[in-house]
Design a protein around this ligand. Structure first.
Ligand code: DAH
Length: 359
């Protein structure tokens, strides 16, 4: 048996093993139960003492060197694997942090304000109703007690659609009030809803856009009265603008669908072009309201002698501009990401009364 040759052969195999699995195969073939070196070790038992004296050190030496080479190769392979991983997973800590999508996206101020309004009114027991943007003339005007040809129809610069087969022209709703009719025709009192949505009028300047947003409120039951309306609106303004002492002024006004009707102003100061609430001498109009007109109740199949209620309509864009200090309405609808980055809200800042309306 040529020990030197066996050793050269085994060490070459150890060197050639390119990964841990290959190295293990070499180890088993040499030092495993039936390995070539193990078989040699077994022969020691059958030798005479003299033979053993001569061969023992040779065989044991062979085993030690093969064992040593295996260990060394295993360490080298492990180190190379670690180096490769470190190189592959290198992080350049000087690069700017890439924010996750939920941290980068922004909620439009209108959506945020609608969520704020919804949170406030749902706390007062209101639910949310909706209606279509394209509305019939009947629902947008007639059922709301605008008689045909009545000048009040001209108050709204209405967008008309081309006439349909019967010659009737639908409209882009000029207010959210038609959803009052839809709601009263669809469900029995007691009714307590808010109706946020898009509205359209032919109008465009710094504070008017052809498409804008309103939130309508409607309460119908046996006894809902003007004092209740006042409380609801004061409670809303106090919570929405987050100031304790919002002073409100109810001015007599006219809407065909309410009697009596009022417009509501809130007190503010406009020193230095900046609007502040709860102080100052100025008044700012924010909504219209009133007791639902008996004709409107009748148009919905309700009996004005047994039910009554109040309604209000608030310009959402207007109160969003006021609350968040946005001086121009037009950029709201220009989809400029820089504007949205600046005025938008983080997606996880969901308004709630318990969590704080505006965090
Ligand atoms: N629809 C009215 C408008 O757009 C606002 C309004 C006034 C709504 C009085 C109401 C209300 O519900 O009671 O000008």
């Amino acid at each position: 048996m040529d020990f030197a040759e066996l050793e050269r052969d085994l060490l070459a195999q150890v060197d050639a093993a390119s990964d841990e699995a290959a190295l293990e195969t070499v180890r088993v073939a040499a030092l495993g139960k039936k390995g070539s070196v193990s078989e040699l070790l077994k022969t020691l038992g059958a030798m005479t003492p003299d033979e053993r004296k001569e061969r023992g050190p040779l065989i044991n030496g062979l085993r030690d060197r093969v064992q040593g080479a295996l260990t060394q190769r295993r360490d080298a392979l492990a180190e190379a694997a670690l180096e490769a991983r470190l190189a592959a997973e290198r992080v350049d800590v000087t690069l700017p942090v890439r924010e996750a999508p939920e941290a980068r996206g922004r909620i439009h101020p209108i959506s945020q304000v609608i969520d704020e309004i919804t949170a406030i009114f749902s706390d007062m027991g209101f639910s949310v109703a909706e209606g279509p943007d394209i509305e019939t003339d009947e629902l947008n005007f007639t059922a709301l007690n605008f008689p045909p040809g009545h000048p009040a129809r001209e108050m709204h610069d209405t967008f008309f659609l081309p006439p349909d087969r019967d010659g009737k022209r639908k409209v882009l709703r000029t207010h959210t009030s038609p959803v009052q009719i839809r709601t009263m025709r669809a469900k029995e009192p007691p009714i307590r809803v808010i109706i946020p949505g898009r509205t359209y009028r032919h109008d465009s300047d710094q504070t008017h856009t052809p498409m804008f947003h309103q939130v309508e409120g409607l309460v119908i039951d046996r006894s809902a009265n003007f004092a209740n309306l006042r409380w609801v609106l004061e409670e809303f303004c106090r919570t929405f603008f987050e100031v304790d002492g919002v002073k409100m002024r109810f001015r007599p006004s006219f809407f065909p669908f309410t009697e009596p009707s009022a417009e509501v102003d809130i007190q503010c100061s406009r020193k230095g072009g900046e609007i502040r609430f709860g102080e100052g001498e100025d008044w700012l109009e924010i909504l219209g309201c009133g007791m639902v007109h008996p004709n409107v109740l009748r148009n919905c199949g309700l009996d004005p002698d047994s039910v009554q209620g109040f309604a209000f309509g608030v310009g959402i864009d207007r109160i969003a501009m006021l609350k968040y200090g946005m001086p121009d309405l037009r950029p709201f609808f220009e989809a400029d990401v820089r504007w949205l980055q600046h005025y938008g809200f983080r997606p996880l800042d969901v308004p709630s009364l318990v969590g704080g309306l505006t965090s």
